[in-house]
Write a protein that binds this ligand. Structure first.
Ligand SMILES: Cc1cc2nc3c(=O)[nH]c(=O)nc-3n(C[C@H](O)[C@H](O)[C@H](O)COP(=O)(O)OP(=O)(O)OC[C@H]3O[C@@H](n4cnc5c(N)ncnc54)[C@H](O)[C@@H]3O)c2cc1C
Length: 825
């Protein structure tokens, strides 16, 4: 019995020390004390001490450990680790890690998170949002842009150039606006709330492209020449990486540059002959300068002894003889300028390479580094703007539109879909703000940018689908009055670009995250690559034994936190949000444990087991998104009215994290490991569920009730009440209808019968007749009727207006079909 107690004390001590990430020395000392107590009570004999010494001595004496343990393990490690391609290495080395690394490591410090500064707009940035951005938006008519012209107007392009919209990232010394990432995000969100075409056109030059590449890697001459011209809009840039043969696998582009001698401006110089065939290039049809990625070769060793230099980026003026550019693709009825470009054996000088000859072959690194920043700004901001606009419009519509004598937003079924939109809107703003905030702190957050890009674009797609369902036919019939359809059509664009989402989820988030965020894996990889054997063993020893201690700690942490539901773990606040922090402590430890188990059991094969990687990435993503929600709530002063939104978002994320973990166990390639660890992490089964019906009801109510919580949900949206702004008009209609409801009630009460809430003009007349309302109140009813009709009505057209080829409709019904048949024949 005493021996059993001693064993229990030993295990408990190991558990407590491991939970608190104690050092090896602490472990050894604690076990010595316990064994000594055991010896004093005659419970531990010589054999026990011998076993202890046999384990403890080699572990604690570095030279012995390195010779007999580390060296053979390093040999084995080198044998089993798969070769990494240079593009993979560069992708992993690109960028930095930030808060997501803390979440990944199993023991997040919540005070650290809450102490990250809150992103704020400078006075100049705020003035830009209130001035040029507002003015620009009044100039854009989205229906005209998307249907009638398939482009923005020349006046809008000129305004964009004149006011520096294409130069938000360009430094002031070159004439740019040099805005913070947060300001860029706010501008893009606001633009999206009226026109996706506009936000795409503005987003691209400010994202990955010539401006960004030049600022980071350009030569002085290139910067001096191009940046002021880009800032003034004298140059319009595009960047061409994607080829028909290489989309997601962009490192495999077949486009080439061959270094050779040739004639340039009357002189023989060393240059390159470029051949490319690119497609899907945003702004290409109107670009004046083409950023081009290609593989550079030097077969005659004209610039060095390497024949294959690798991916290189250059800037090619589109007026260069032979450059083919100008044709357009037609991306899903969201017709921003996008098209192909080709060139065949075009000779250009070497100083067209961005950064000059010294940057030859450095293109991939340049791209992935810039992408770690750009990917966190443009698409997440456009998506967030889209979700927030949809949340406001849907809230207003659901409150105004009545069926079965009730606003549809009061029906439980509709509330479910509304809550998803509202919860996503709150979370999207929180996550995008946190991610762009990290850029303003100097980070290049490669993992966070992938998480934010993937989840914001996916949430935007879901939000717009829900909004379409709620709007019914109003969402389906297109025309100037339809504020949803272009978003619905265009959602797959954001899903596809800058890393198509299936790839982003399955390969990028965890693929980069595991190596970048893990405290030891990158160090192990780097140690194994060292050529000096002594240095390799020392570095590998440090990383490996750190890793082993970390893994043991995570096991105990995951087990204890799961057993107790995280109840005794830390939370910075002791209110309704405490349980979310505690659950995150639990999932963070489980994530760290499963990550090591997956890497340990699958090794290099994990790269191919995409669905395992995807689920681990999902858990990391959910932790990040939930933490962003809690940070937003805190940064905005813990406003109790926002709590339902916070609860909905946290509960949705945590339920998704639980699902991902469960699927991970159920599909874990090593079945025994899966079954055993499922017991460790889910000792009581799956205990979390999604937000309750009551929470969903509260979220739906916030979306339909003008007030501070709703305004915070839709901040930075374009709500100006002008004829082309459907969102602004819907906001006004909501206010008008709500103002009319008490007047309507007065009349129905006096009339002694329940009238339907339409034809409010007639209700106004009745009220006046019954002398129960004033003329001013009658006007409230009349105004509300106008708003109500605006909100529920859809467009219709003369038949010939809709056909792209007007000549066919003029020939009467059936002409289009006949023409098609004739052409086929
Ligand atoms: C409107 C638009 C604008 C664009 N703008 C530009 C631009 O300005 N410049 C530029 O260079 N490019 C641009 N692109 C290209 C864009 O980046 C590519 O479309 C994208 O990289 C995907 O390539 P793909 O379309 O060829 O799809 P594919 O690579 O053929 O992928 C098809 C599907 O397979 C999935 N997939 C591929 N590999 C894997 C994998 N290993 N694991 C899991 N899933 C995988 C993808 O996620 C995707 O779902 C644009 C594209 C569009 C549509």
């Amino acid at each position: 019995m005493e021996v059993l107690i001693l064993c229990a004390v030993l295990i408990a001590a190991i558990g407590v020390l491991a939970y608190n990430r104690a050092s090896l020395t602490m472990f050894t000392a604690a076990i010595v004390v316990i064994l000594a107590v055991g010896s004093a009570f005659d419970l531990v004999g010589t054999l026990g001490w011998l076993i202890f010494l046999a384990i403890a001595l080699p572990l604690n004496i570095a030279s012995v450990r390195q010779q007999y343990l580390t060296k053979p393990l390093l040999k084995l490690y080198r044998k089993i680790m798969p070769e990494m391609s240079s593009t993979e290495k560069e992708a992993i080395d690109a960028g930095t890690t930030w808060w997501e690394a803390d979440l990944f490591r199993g023991n997040p410090d919540w005070h650290k998170m809450h102490n990250f500064p809150v992103p704020r707009l400078s006075a100049e940035e705020q003035a830009f949002l209130d001035g040029p951005v507002e003015e620009l938006l009044t100039m854009v008519d989205d229906w005209h842009t998307t249907h009638e012209r398939a482009d923005l107007t020349p006046e809008v392009y000129q305004y964009l150039k004149d006011k520096g919209f294409f130069a938000m990232i360009i430094k002031k010394e070159y004439g740019g606006l040099e805005f913070s990432a947060y300001a860029q995000s706010c501008v893009l969100q606001k633009l999206t709330s009226k026109s996706m075409v506009l936000s795409s056109v503005v987003g691209v030059p400010n994202s990955l492209g010539p401006g960004e590449l030049l600022q980071h890697y350009g030569t002085d001459e290139q910067k001096k020449h191009y940046l002021p011209r880009l800032a003034k809009g004298l140059e319009v840039p595009c960047f061409a990486l994607t080829s028909p043969e290489a989309g997601s696998d962009a490192g495999a582009i077949p486009d080439t540059g061959i270094i050779c001698k040739g004639e340039w401006e009357g002189k023989e110089v060393i240059g390159m002959r470029l051949t490319w065939n690119k497609r899907y290039i945003t702004l290409a049809p109107i670009a004046t300068v083409l950023g081009l990625a290609f593989k550079l070769y030097d077969p005659d060793n004209l610039i060095g002894d390497k024949e294959e230099l690798g991916i290189t980026c250059a800037l090619i003026p589109v007026t260069t003889p032979g450059v083919k550019i100008g044709r357009r693709h037609f991306p899903l009825n969201v017709p921003f300028q996008n098209g192909p470009t080709q060139g065949d054996n075009i000779f250009v000088p070497l100083d067209y390479i961005i950064g000059g000859v010294k940057m030859a072959g450095q293109g991939w690194r340049m791209l992935v580094e810039c992408l770690s920043v750009g990917r966190a700004i443009t698409l997440p901001s456009n998506s967030t703007g889209g979700i927030k606009a949809v949340a406001l419009a849907t809230g207003a519509y659901a409150r105004i539109r009545r069926q079965f004598k009730l606003p549809i937003g009061k029906m439980e079924g509709v509330e479910e879909a509304m809550a998803r939109i509202g919860g996503y809107a709150y979370m999207a703003d929180a996550s995008t703000t946190m991610s762009v905030g990290s850029i303003d702190l100097g980070e290049k957050p490669s993992v966070i940018s992938a998480i934010t890009k993937y989840h914001m674009t996916e949430r935007m797609r879901q939000a717009i689908i829900d909004a379409m369902d709620i709007h019914g036919g109003k969402g389906i019939c297109m025309g100037p009055n339809n504020y949803l359809a272009r978003g619905y059509q265009g959602a797959p664009v954001a899903i596809t670009v800058e890393g198509a989402n299936i790839l982003t989820r399955n390969m990028i988030i965890y693929g980069q995250g595991a190596i970048r965020c893990h405290p030891y894996v990158l160090a192990e990889l780097q140690a194994a690559q060292l050529e000096d054997q002594g240095a390799a063993v020392t570095a590998f020893d440090k990383a490996l034994f750190g890793h082993i201690g970390f893994a043991i700690s995570n096991f105990f942490r995951a087990f204890w936190l799961s057993l107790t539901g995280g109840a005794f773990s830390s939370s910075p606040y002791n209110d309704a949000t405490a349980k979310y922090y505690k659950q995150m402590n639990r999932f963070s430890a489980a994530m760290a444990l499963m990550s090591d188990v997956a890497m340990g059991t699958l090794g290099g094969d994990l790269k191919r087991r995409e669905r395992i990687s995807a689920r681990l990435g999902d858990i990391l993503s959910m932790l990040y998104l939930t933490s962003a929600v809690l940070k937003r709530y805190n940064d905005e002063g813990r406003k109790i009215d926002d709590l339902p939104l916070v609860q909905w978002a946290c509960e949705d994320n945590l339920a998704k994290a639980q699902l991902a973990l469960n699927e991970l166990f159920d599909n874990f390639p090593n079945r025994l490991v899966g079954v055993v660890l499922k017991r460790v992490v889910f000792p009581w089964g799956r205990t979390l569920s999604k937000a309750s019906d009551i929470t969903e009801h509260k979220v739906a109510r916030i979306m339909q009730t003008p007030g501070e919580a709703r305004s915070r949900l839709g901040h930075h949206m374009y709500l100006t009440n002008e004829p082309q702004n459907q969102l602004g008009l819907m906001e006004q209609a909501l206010l008008d209808v709500l103002a009319a409801e008490p007047v309507f009630d007065k009349v129905t009460h006096a009339a002694g019968k329940r009238l339907p809430f339409f034809r409010l003009n007639e209700v106004a007349d009745l009220g006046l007749e019954l002398k129960v309302i004033s003329e001013a109140e009658a006007n409230i009813l009349r105004t509300a009727e106008k708003g109500r009709l605006f909100a529920i009505n859809v467009d219709d057209f003369e038949p010939e207006y809709l056909a792209a080829d007007k000549t066919l409709t003029q020939q009467g019904p059936g002409a289009v079909a006949k023409d098609k048949k004739d052409k086929a024949a």
